[in-house]
Design a protein. Sequence first.
Length: 137
Amino acid sequence: MINIIVNSDPRYNIDKAAIRAAVISALQKYKVTTRVEVGVNIIGDRKMHELNRTFRGIDSTTDILTFALEDPQTPTLQHIPRVGFVAAPDKWLRLGDIVISYPQVVEDASLEGISVDEEIRVLVEHGVNHLLGVHHD
């Protein structure tokens, strides 16, 4: 079973069913069959800029950020021990959250000549990869 929580400002025209389908497709690609939870949040540029500055030290917006609950590729702070994925008592594996900037999606889709829904699908699949620890160079 896969639990996908999609949050978005109502002013952004998104297809929540398509977002859920993209998450499921990406998880199936890696044969994830356990009880998994993923959050997808569609936000504006101002909030994305703030998140990018706070968590990456980059003072600009971006199209996507992921916040994995555990990422073996990411160095941890020395005073915080790495413990791996926490086994929740309800047996759900909570991978983390994908955050997407809707204004950036609109801009990127226009530049690439694809629909906004297709650009969101690409970013969601990319985000799931990151939550699973699959990173690009």
